[in-house]
Ligand binder design. Structure first.
Ligand code: ZN
Ligand code: ZN
Ligand code: FE
Length: 747
């Protein structure tokens, strides 16, 4: 309820109904003492839920009768801090149309002011130090309100009544341009825009951290940015001037338009148009672009003078966390940026841009959940004590839960560098302080080497719970859908620790929140060199060729043009024949890697998920042909044999078939196999509910077609719509399993 203009709304409503008394925030809810005639009170209570402001969500209203005190009027009291109450901090909100109008109105006192905000918009989560959400508890406490701002803040009829980050050019934060140690405040954004036009790379401090910006049509600038950042091919996101520019660059459907303009302002992935002038280096070999609109007045003002499309990539060195303080920007980004747009409104906790992928059917797949969505709560299907789910290793988030509330953190990143681990620790301790909670239970992945697992084991907790990775995936999907019953969980991803000592990743589980059994899996292949096979898709290609053709794989590999050095080929073959340093895996992600490499769509991986992403983009969506594999239902575990599919891929490749058709037939074939396996498990178990999770479900072809196919077969299908299906959802799943009393450690 905080920061959404709820108290002023209550104030106006009380006055309308002639009531006296007061309203105040308690951390997490609103408390109202109102006296008047019983009819007025009844009308007041009715309107309270019906007329609530746009940003507010009234979950419940509870009323008790009390003796009249004899208040003189109605007033808004200061927030009251409580130690053990549900604390809810609002997420950051993009600049609202009213504020944008003011900054472009030369007669307004906030004309061209980059920190304009009101009760309906502005920074929240990123500036809050502690609850309750009052100015004194935010980084805005450094700025004393001027008389005019103070008057607006105190006037119930004003749009800025109790807008905690209220500011104006007389009293608020300032922006400046810094370059070569020299800072300049006058016309800083105009000067930054001129630099961008001239091809410079400018670090821009925004809402949740620094971006690195450059003109997206300037090929040289974009390539320079890639070079400096050490980022070979992973796509850059764009921020564009307005919706028209987004439409010019991308094909947008209604959902994409709605998401792009939403108050969360995520990066929206959409099919790019050709010949728009955007540098090929923005998203090399990619059919899609990630596009967002300006979400702060500062960004808006930058576009009034700057190029209409800017690369806006996270301000960090490759794989390091987002830079969010002026001091660390000066040290860490000085080799990357030619100039800095800085300001003196401190970011207390960093928050990356969120990413969503709208699908044709009207649903969106969350890819990265951060700014605009965090710290929104997820209602849990089970009650619990305070639990911390520490998350997985890649795309890490953690999740704090208590009672029936779960709060997943913002995207943290891959926990494989000291810097990210530091950021992770900082974010965890900030969350615990913010919500005033101490976890009684800590839940972690079963992988003993995940840094998150080690972190969990260091924490003082009454109980430590281990949760199998794919069980966590399925539990997360159940939990965010408010469900807790037994389902058929399809968990498809790159890798996860299996309790049997093999690498899991193509799993069909019969699971509820508390436990699971493995009802089906992909046929296992070897991962030559373990981790090395994840980094090099050619190794996975050889592993599948070996499984499909035995020793003939060398000849087939040559025919396909898979270029491994003689030495590497010898090592890989030795590993495959002997099983040495060659763990078995049922991973779905590795199958995508192998097929992508076999047909030559992607043989060099420069970022996580690249071979699979490019294979999806290569597929002709109009093609309904499908390769056939086999589902073996003889044993206790259903086995999805994908080797026949790989043989067909190879045949078509050698026959010179179009990659668009090969990729489509592969996708469709996989969907067919998965649906058949679910039917087999459903028949055995009598379960009619399926939950889909894992990074593979970022793939729209698999996600949409498998869902359709399962629904046609009579299943009810649950998918992710709040948390990303990738490992970002693991922390929520861990919390859900622990809340239900599960512990996979002993399984
Ligand atoms: Zn506003
Ligand atoms: Zn002011
Ligand atoms: Fe996973």
């Amino acid at each position: 309820m905080q920061g959404v203009g709820f108290r002023p709304f209550v104030y106006r409503l009380a006055n309308r109904h002639g009531l006296a008394g007061w309203v105040r925030n308690t951390s997490g809810s609103i408390e109202i003492d109102a006296e008047g005639s019983s009819e007025s009170i009844e009308l007041f209570l009715r309107d309270l839920a019906v007329e609530a402001p746009a940003l507010a969500k009234v979950e419940s209203v509870a009323a008790i009768e009390a003796d009249p005190v004899g208040y003189a009027g109605f007033e808004i009291l200061d927030s009251r801090a409580q130690s053990s109450v549900d604390s809810v901090i609002p997420a950051d909100v993009a600049a609202c149309p009213d504020c944008l109008r003011e900054i472009s109105d030369a007669s307004d006192r906030r004309f061209a002011y980059p920190f304009t905000n009101c009760t309906n918009c502005g920074p929240r989560f990123t500036i809050v130090r502690r609850v309750p959400y009052d100015r004194a508890n935010t980084t805005m406490s450094a700025f004393a309100m001027c008389e005019r701002c103070a008057a607006e803040y105190a006037e119930p009829a004003d749009r800025r009544f109790h807008a905690e980050p209220i500011a104006c050019p007389d009293c608020g934060p300032r922006v400046w341009l810094e370059s070569g140690g020299v800072a300049c405040e006058t016309e800083a954004l105009e000067a930054a825009a001129r630099l961008l036009h001239a091809g410079a790379i400018v670090a821009v401090k925004g809402l949740g951290g620094f971006h690195l910006a450059c003109d997206a049509t300037n090929d040289h600038a974009v390539r320079t940015l890639r070079q400096r950042k050490g980022r070979v091919a992973k796509p850059f996101a764009l921020m564009v001037r307005d919706l028209d520019e987004a439409e010019r660059l991308c094909e947008l459907n209604d959902l994409a338009r709605e998401l792009i303009g939403s108050r969360q302002r995520p990066i929206v992935l959409a099919r790019r148009r050709m010949g728009t002038g955007i540098s090929e280096a923005v998203a090399p070999g990619n059919t899609h672009l990630g596009v967002m609109l300006p979400y702060t007045p500062l960004h808006q003002l930058l576009f009034e003078h700057g190029p209409p499309a800017l690369v806006m990539t996270s301000g960090n060195l490759a794989e390091e966390p987002l830079v969010f303080t002026n001091a660390s920007a000066r040290t860490k980004l000085s080799g990357l940026a030619d100039a800095f747009v800085m300001h003196d409104r401190d970011i207390h906790v960093p928050c990356d841009d969120s990413v969503v992928r709208p699908m044709p059917a009207g649903a969106a797949i969350p890819i990265r959940r951060a700014r605009g969505y965090v710290p929104n709560v997820i209602e849990m299907p089970v009650e619990c004590v305070c639990i911390l789910g520490v998350g997985a290793e890649q795309k890490n988030t953690f999740c704090l839960a208590w009672d029936n509330t779960a709060v997943p953190s913002q995207h943290i990143g891959d926990l494989d560098t000291a810097e990210t681990l530091d950021y992770y620790r900082y974010a965890v301790s900030h969350f615990l302080a913010l919500f005033g909670r101490t976890p009684a239970v800590v839940a972690h992945d079963l992988h003993p080497d995940y840094l998150s697992t080690r972190f969990a084991l260091e924490l003082p907790a009454e109980r430590v719970v281990g949760v199998q990775h794919h069980h966590a995936h399925v539990a997360a999907c159940l939990a965010e859908n408010g469900r807790s019953e037994t389902c058929i969980g399809v968990a498809l991803d790159g890798t996860g620790y299996g309790p049997d000592g093999t690498v899991w990743g193509g799993e069909i589980l019969i699971a509820d929140l508390a436990g699971f059994e493995r009802a089906g899996r992909f046929a296992q292949v070897r991962m030559p060199g373990g981790e090395a096979a994840i980094r090099d898709p050619k190794r996975m290609a050889m592993a599948y060729l070996h499984a499909a053709f035995g020793d003939d794989c060398v000849r087939v590999g040559e025919q396909l043009g898979l270029k491994l050095s003689k030495l590497e080929l010898d090592v890989v073959l030795h590993q495959l024949r002997t099983g040495l340093n060659c763990p078995l895996t049922s991973s779905a992600g590795r199958l995508f890697d192998a097929v992508s490499a076999i047909c030559g769509v992607c043989r060099e991986r420069t970022y996580e998920g690249q071979p699979a992403a490019q294979l999806e983009m290569a597929a002709d969506e109009g093609c309904s042909g499908a390769y056939t594999g086999a589902v073996e239902t003889g044993g206790s575990t259903v086995v999805i044999d994908t080797i026949p599919i790989v043989r067909r891929v190879v045949e078509d490749c050698i026959a010179g078939a179009d990659n668009a058709l090969i990729a489509a037939r592969f996708h469709n074939g996989l969907v067919g196999l998965l649906a058949e396996a679910c039917r087999a498990v459903g028949e055995r178990s009598g379960i009619g509910l399926v939950a889909l999770s894992g990074g593979v479900f970022q793939n729209a072809i698999i996600a949409m077609r498998l869902r359709e196919s399962l629904e046609r077969a009579g299943f009810e299908v649950l998918v992710h719509g709040i948390m990303p299906p990738n490992d970002a959802c693991i922390s929520l799943g861990q919390v859900a399993v622990a809340a239900a009393g599960g512990n996979d450690k002993c399984a």
